[in-house]
Design a protein around this ligand. Structure first.
Ligand code: DON
Length: 306
């Protein structure tokens, strides 16, 4: 790897430990998410040359939440091919990730697979084709990161289920438009379970690696075709950070996907995958320290996808 990533990561960790992220706070609409200490931070870079650099609590599991939506998309795409794009569109939403208004105005067809509506529809497509839809995303993540013990965190799942009224509302709205194939409860269960997977920052950097490496995972196996990684990276760039996507492209400029557990994955195609985790979120539901860390990393290496 052409840069001194170990030093860059140390500088980033020093900086975010000192920065005051103002109003940033942990998600609490899923109560189990607020159990994590505020100051947790970890960052891991996995290079296409096989090198890995880590800082902070890289081996502490966190709730992956919406980062799971990218992996679920890959599974749905495998089973349905391009007919998937009749079910979900590929446009940034410009709205909150759990908004209902746009979904009503657009007749129950989600703007993209990364807002909650789109991910619930993707979970519906997975439910139609996979034998164990409640476990398929967790198992896929286990294969990708080389740890077959990756699991759904049951406490988190129960917390999501208990506080899942808005996601149920989204699913019922789609159902009312005839845009959901399976029973709402089956679909939201699969969706809550994929969001409740617990993984470490290191495992997540490894799982996302195929997107930086022309579709080939850390074990040398092809996950998806190189051409398909370009499409997924394009979707992350345009839709991966919700209504913060424009600012993120402007200040950081790489494909990325966030989750309300405070994790973000990022991709510099051909060079590395990165995962950063810090639980306090900005107003758009993205990790405040995570965004700053990615901004510093990209500035230090002097390039983005642009
Ligand atoms: O459905 C939800 O609201 C959560 N399980 C996931 C939301 C999420 O991570 C949005 N990301 N920033």
């Amino acid at each position: 790897m052409p840069h001194n990533y170990a030093t860059i990561l140390e500088q980033i960790a020093d900086h975010v430990a000192k920065e005051d992220f103002g109003d940033a706070r942990k998600a609490d609409y899923i109560p189990a998410l607020s159990d994590v200490p505020d100051d947790h931070f970890a960052m891991v870079i996995r290079g296409t040359d096989g090198q890995e650099f880590a800082i902070g609590m890289a081996d502490q599991p966190f709730s992956i939440q919406s980062i799971s939506k990218m992996f679920a998309l890959v599974l749905a795409q495998r089973a349905h091919g391009d007919t998937l794009w009749q079910a979900v569109r590929r446009e940034p939403s410009g709205s909150a990730f759990n908004s209902l208004i746009q979904l009503e105005q657009e007749n129950g067809v989600p703007r993209n697979p990364f807002i909650n509506a789109g991910a619930i529809r993707v979970a519906d497509l997975i439910t139609s084709r996979y034998a164990n839809p409640d476990r398929s995303v967790a198992e896929f993540l286990g294969q990708l990161c080389g740890n077959p013990d990756i699991r759904v965190d049951n406490t988190m799942y129960l917390s999501e289920d208990l506080h899942g009224d808005r996601n149920r509302a989204i699913a019922y709205l789609m159902k009312s438009f005839g845009k959901l194939d399976n029973p709402v409860e089956d679909v939201v269960r699969a969706y809550f379970k994929q969001c409740s997977v617990a993984m470490t920052t290191r495992e997540m950097a490894r799982a996302a690696f195929f997107l930086a490496n022309k579709g080939v995972g850390i074990d040398g196996q092809t996950v998806i075709a190189a051409e398909e990684t370009r499409r997924i990276n394009a979707l992350m760039l345009t839709c991966g950070m919700y209504d913060g996507v424009g600012d993120f492209a402007f200040t950081v400029g790489i494909p990325a996907k966030s989750g309300v557990g405070g994790g973000i994955i990022g991709i510099v195609p051909g060079e590395f995958s990165v995962c950063v985790w810090s639980p306090r979120l900005d107003g758009r539901g993205n990790s405040a320290a995570g965004i700053r860390a990615l901004e510093m990393l990209i500035r230090a290496i002097g390039r983005s996808v642009f």
